[in-house]
Write a protein that binds this ligand. Structure first.
Ligand SMILES: [Zn+2]
Length: 495
């Protein structure tokens, strides 16, 4: 059992320094150095050829669409685009990498020296980007016959090379000091901003849960005024929430070790979703261990300045500008917009409005009831089984008086349970507001008859007493009456 400090004690005594390395799979039609297809989820080893299987004599050719996408990412991150760049071999052995080296970039990355601004708690943090380079993904190894897909206890290992050679962009930050207690939130805000920027470019679907975006999160601690400490690198963190949690955990773990006078090992670590803990992986290699050298089978690349400027001119509205524009269009205050951003609901709300909902209605459902449901089940808001168009439909039914908020929440239960869209669920579960005024008048008459003293008060001018009768009618109609309508009928009858 690892001893931990409380987070508060840890950040009171130590200053965290962060660093993030993010891998993003590009959604090009073909692989990085051959013409193989890249579709996700195909039968194992059906999207392979002599080049990506590294058969003798096969020669790679760089994918122009991948180079273009990487330049766009570099430009969107305010990087300088290299005038001269080449690939390099990164040598190591792993069974899912048939060449025994990864074609990557080393001293001459495609893009360098950029930055991203993120806002946390109203405070702006500038995250410096060291480099953006292009490389290829490895295959996938599957260990079977053991527990939970682990290699320990497995009876055999299978390898699928469909992913081998899919273009991968690696985005590396410079060390990020000065975040203090906000380090976990800054790490998450950076990963979120990066994801939104890449998504806006349309070059990757950046789905962390499917692995098309994965973060390696570096954390070190030092006492104020002292040198930076030894860092650990938590590998392949695969959700925004986990980026935040992994930083928080490492700060607590490392600070306890430092307090005890122990050394932090420079190592890679694994993050465990279920417990929120990290565990040791391998000790971290130095660059020299990889015996990098320039790739002799690929030509150097010299992206023309005209091409780079053309790409710059084609960039879409940056997510930050878009958020500012939407905030004004939706009429939200800074704090409310920050909640929308934190809940990762900008795109969801935008789509809900596009499907016909009012801004206030869309914000209300996504930040209220639906955020609560997502928290309860520990999933991201966008993973809930309800589409923006269905939220718009639900809000429309509330505005038409067919549902009240209470009934709408029950309709959400049904939609999330996979029973169909809001109208379908409302019909199947019999959840519509009783709008038949004849039925409501009968229910009101019964409530008046059963509560003569209350009725007398209302006749005497005490309209506040109507609440008791409304309650009785709601009970009789199982909450399916519109309270405003019932109140009007009561007052009409008794005055
Ligand atoms: Zn291939």
């Amino acid at each position: 059992m690892t001893k931990l400090n409380t987070y508060e004690a840890a950040v009171a005594a130590y200053e965290p320094v962060l660093g993030l390395e993010t891998h993003i799979e590009l959604d090009t039609n073909t692989k990085m150095f051959c013409g193989c297809a890249t579709a996700f989820g195909a039968e194992p080893n059906t999207q392979v050829c002599p080049v990506c299987l590294a058969l003798p004599g096969a020669l790679p050719v760089a994918n122009k669409a991948a180079v273009e996408a990487t330049i766009k990412i570099g430009l969107a991150l305010n990087c300088r685009i290299a005038e001269w760049t080449r690939f390099a071999r990164k040598n190591y052995f792993y069974p899912d990498m048939p060449k025994n080296f990864q074609t990557s970039q080393y001293e001459e990355p495609l893009c360098e020296d950029g930055f991203v601004e993120v806002v946390v708690d109203g405070e702006s943090h500038r995250i410096e980007i060291e480099r953006v380079h292009l490389e290829e993904d490895t295959g996938k190894t599957l260990h079977v016959g053991g527990a939970a897909g682990r290699i320990h206890g497995a009876t055999e290992s299978l390898v699928d090379y469909n992913r081998a050679g899919i273009p991968l962009v690696e985005i590396v930050t410079r060390p990020i000091p000065g975040t203090g207690a906000l380090a976990p939130e800054v790490a998450r805000a950076y990963a979120t901003e990066l994801r939104d920027i890449v998504r806006s470019l349309g070059v990757s679907d950046v789905r962390m849960e499917q692995g098309s975006m994965r973060c390696d999160v570096n954390v070190s601690l030092n006492k104020p005024g002292e040198e930076w400490g030894t860092r650990t690198e938590t590998k392949n963190v695969n959700s925004l929430r986990s980026v935040e949690r992994s930083v928080r955990y490492e700060v607590r773990r490392q600070s306890a070790l430092l307090d005890a006078g122990e050394k932090i090992l420079q190592e890679t670590r694994h993050f465990h979703e279920a417990t929120g803990e990290t565990s040791p992986g391998r000790s971290k290699e130095e660059a020299t261990d990889y015996r990098y050298f320039p790739e002799p089978d690929l030509a150097v690349m010299e992206p023309s300045r005209e091409w780079v400027e053309e790409l710059r001119a084609s960039l879409p509205e940056p997510p930050r500008k878009r958020r500012e524009r939407l905030q004004a269009e939706w009429g939200l205050g800074d704090k409310e917009m920050q909640s929308v951003v934190n809940a990762d609901a900008v795109g969801l709300i935008e789509s809900t409005i596009a499907a016909g909902a009012s801004a206030s209605g869309a914000v209300k459902w996504w930040l209220g009831e639906l955020s609560r449901r997502a928290n309860e089940s520990g999933v991201e808001l966008g993973s809930l089984a309800i589409a923006p168009a269905q939220v718009a439909e639900l809000q429309g039914m509330v505005e038409d008086g067919r549902l009240n908020d209470k009934l709408a929440r029950q309709v959400i239960d049904g939609v999330l349970a996979g029973e169909g869209g809001p109208a379908e669920v409302a019909a199947a579960r019999g959840l519509e507001v009783v709008s038949d005024t004849g039925a409501l008048e009968t229910a009101v008459d019964e409530a008046i008859a059963a509560n003569p003293d209350v009725a007398e008060k209302i006749r005497g001018g005490k309209h506040a007493a109507a609440g008791a009768l409304i309650g009785a009618v709601m009970k009789a109609t199982k909450g399916q009456a519109d309270a405003g309508t019932v109140r009007q009928i009561i007052l009409d009858k008794l005055s």
